[in-house]
Design a protein around this ligand. Structure first.
Ligand SMILES: Cc1ncc(COP(=O)(O)O)c(C=O)c1O
Length: 322
């Protein structure tokens, strides 16, 4: 078997992630959480990584022995290092900030190398300067296999996701149109992100220039992978509401999710409330992007929230009557 054929085997779709029934006080409305923390590397970035590797191999940009490079500080590096190890490829990630053994550990344990660069925006040029193939998860954000899997498991009327690269909402929107489904795609957007104002004002080059405080979603500009025409609704979510909703998910499921899962849940609950008020019934799916013990020291921690001026209490109160 050739290296490419073996590689495509390694990159075949994995086990479906579960759907968790989530309590919602709205008769006739079912809320399901699609739990991407069940991926082998613990996050939705697992699907992105698989899609990026498949595309790079299909385009002849990665083959046996190619060094694979990325620029990111987040979950993408762990997912990519996991696939690189299985494909027997060297992997280098450029992360923003000062050298941190704690942040490098997960990638190094998978045989990858971390290089740290300041200022944060220099990571992209640094990655381009490394000999090898720059996966470029924002520049090449391609569709992945979430929609095919999800619509094989359920027939939701609405799916709620965050947007980082934009690939997940584009994947869902394209699948729904290609298969003529009646489901609608909602993007839940945190503070400082360009997606809500850019989509609302129909301004594809909208930029806020400010980083999102919700890891993994919300961008200072509209990224090339975001397809406003494939999104039915964008809901702005206050960061304190994202934090309160992430804690709510943990209380009910036990999963220490990141704030981005809270952003999606908050928008899903607002949607359920609107459906209830209009007398509608149906199924809403909301994404859990990841879950990890490290989130216990961030969005699940009161000191962390207070240091950022996030007043979670009013949102917690609202959730307690949901
Ligand atoms: C809840 C949630 N939705 C969506 C995403 C990713 O969105 P995209 O496919 O736009 O990068 C993430 C993070 O990876 C997430 O945590």
């Amino acid at each position: 078997m050739s290296w490419n054929a073996r590689a495509l085997d390694v990159l075949a779709a994995g086990e479906p992630t579960p759907l968790i029934d989530f309590p919602v006080r709205a008769p006739g409305i079912r809320l399901l959480l699609k739990d991407e923390s069940a991926q082998p590397t613990g996050s939705l970035r697992h699907r992105h990584a698989r899609a990026l590797f498949r595309q790079a191999i299909a385009d002849g940009l990665v083959t046996e022995g190619t060094t694979v490079v990325e620029a990111t500080g987040g979950n993408a590096a762990v997912a990519q290092a996991w696939f690189a190890r299985r494909l027997g490829l060297p992997y280098i990630v450029v992360m923003p900030g000062r050298h941190s053994p704690a942040r490098a550990r997960a990638v190094e344990e998978l045989g990858g190398e971390c290089r740290f660069v300041t200022p944060p925006l220099a990571i992209y040029d640094a990655a381009r300067g490394i000999e090898g193939h720059f996966l470029d998860q924002f520049g090449r954000a391609g569709e992945h296999d979430l929609a095919e899997e999800l619509f094989g498991q359920a027939r939701p009327d609405w799916v709620v996701t965050g947007a980082g690269t934009g690939a997940t909402s584009a994947t869902l929107g394209r699948w729904i149109r290609a298969h003529d489904l009646s489901c609608r795609v909602v993007v839940a957007d945190p503070e400082n992100s360009a997606y809500f104002p850019g989509w609302t004002l129909d301004t594809p080059d909208y930029a806020t220039g400010m980083p999102s405080r919700v890891e993994g979603i919300g961008r200072p500009r509209i990224e090339p992978g975001f397809r406003p025409d494939l999104v039915d609704l964008v809901v702005p979510v206050p960061d304190a509401a994202s934090v309160a909703a992430a804690r709510h998910i943990r209380e009910i499921t036990g999963l220490p999710v990141g704030a981005s899962s809270g952003t999606a849940l908050w928008a899903a609950l607002e949607l359920a409330e609107r459906m209830r008020a209009r007398g509608e019934s149906g199924t809403v799916v909301s994404l859990i992007g990841d879950a990890a013990p490290r989130h216990l020291a961030t969005c699940h921690d009161d000191t962390w929230a207070a240091e950022r001026g996030l007043d979670v209490a009013p949102y917690r109160e609202k959730l307690s009557v949901q």
